[in-house]
Design a protein around this ligand. Structure first.
Ligand SMILES: Nc1nc2c(c(=O)[nH]1)N[C@H]1C(S)=C(S)[C@@H](COP(=O)(O)O)O[C@H]1N2
Ligand SMILES: [Mo]
Length: 161
């Protein structure tokens, strides 16, 4: 009995630790829901992107192309991005309630050369508290407003009318 209790508390402790590891959820119109943490992102294809901050200073961000993450979840990109799939969107949700939207075609490499990344590093360091650990980087836009901080979820939806 004592052993069982010890095992129970160890398990509860490990579970509570696991819950504190920050992660992002990929859900909605996906084949497979995903939950990715920092170490998962380090194992994926990596890319970098430059983004100017509000002061006009350029920073180099590093992370994973968002299309790679969506591919892993089985989102209709590439050859599957046609017909009604062209009405699908990506809604990016942040810890502070901030949300931004993209159509899938804005992200897909058969439509654009621009690579939007989910960054976990800025100028070779972790993204600071309150901005990270994951920030979406959208290069080549006049305003940095869609480069969302503290991303917690990527939700794929169907826009219907
Ligand atoms: N989560 C979250 N991300 C956000 C915002 C926000 O309020 N919440 N503001 C956006 C706006 S309006 C701007 S201008 C940029 C500012 O990024 P910077 O601090 O790198 O200049 O962050 C964008 N990302
Ligand atoms: Mo802004």
């Amino acid at each position: 009995m004592k052993r069982l209790l010890t095992m129970f508390f160890c398990l509860a402790f490990v579970t509570s630790l696991a819950q504190k590891i920050p992660s992002i959820t990929i859900r909605g119109e996906v084949q497979k829901e995903l939950e990715l943490n920092a170490s998962d992102l380090l194992k994926m294809e990596r890319a970098s992107a430059i983004l100017k901050d509000r002061e006009g200073i350029s920073h180099q961000y590093e992370g994973v192309p968002v299309t790679r993450i969506l591919d892993t979840a089985g989102v209709t990109l590439g050859k599957q991005l046609r017909g009604e799939n062209l009405t699908k969107y990506l809604l990016v949700k942040c810890a502070d309630g901030y949300e931004v939207l993209f159509s899938l075609a804005e992200l897909d490499s058969s439509f654009t050369d621009r690579v939007v990344i989910l960054a976990d590093q800025i100028d070779g360091k972790a993204i600071p508290e309150g901005r990270g650990p994951f920030r979406l980087i959208v290069p080549d836009e006049k305003a940095p407003a869609r480069s969302s901080f503290e991303v917690i979820a990527l939700v794929i939806g169907f826009a219907r009318d």
